[in-house]
Structures are given as C-alpha cells and as structure tokens.
Design a protein. Structure first.
Length: 84
C-alpha cells in the first residue's frame, strides 16, 4: 500500500504544481484540506480528474462519501485500492 501512497502523493504534487513540496513532506494520514496540506475546492476538482485519468475511478462531487475519501492520502489510497 505504501507504493500507492507514494503514487498519490506524487500525483498531488504534479497535478497541483506543488513544486516546493516532496512526497516525504506530505503526511499519509494528515488532512489534505483546511489545516493539513491546505488544499481547496478547486484543488479537489483537479485531483478528482487526475484520479479519474490515472485509475479510471469517477468520484461524485455531490457525494458526502467523496469528502471522506479525500480526507487524506491514506483514505484516498484505501478507496482507490478498493475500486481496483
């Protein structure tokens, strides 16, 4: 699973152009939004599209479950793993 964690961290960095951050800077269980990595709703849309393109998984923006899936790298990796 840690390989998937690293893939998702790198995907976040690449898609959101976070050039000053390395995968090691992103804590696996830290929140991605708000007080954690500090991402916003536009970042969520871009990341959702990248997840769709990379893993073939479509996430509904209106779903309450989607907010839980995007909580951290770990929750995102768990979801991607469960869908494959």
């Amino acid at each position: 699973m840690s390989q998937l964690h690293d893939e998702i961290k790198q995907l976040i960095i690449d898609v959101l152009n976070l050039e000053e951050i390395t995968p090691d800077d992103i804590e696996t269980e830290a929140p991605l939004f708000g007080e954690g990595l500090g991402l916003d709703s536009i970042d969520a849309l871009e990341l959702g599209l990248a997840i769709k393109n990379r893993y073939g998984i479509v996430l509904s923006a209106e779903s309450e479950d989607t907010k839980q899936v995007f909580y951290s790298v770990k929750t995102l990796a768990d979801f991607v793993s469960s869908q494959q």
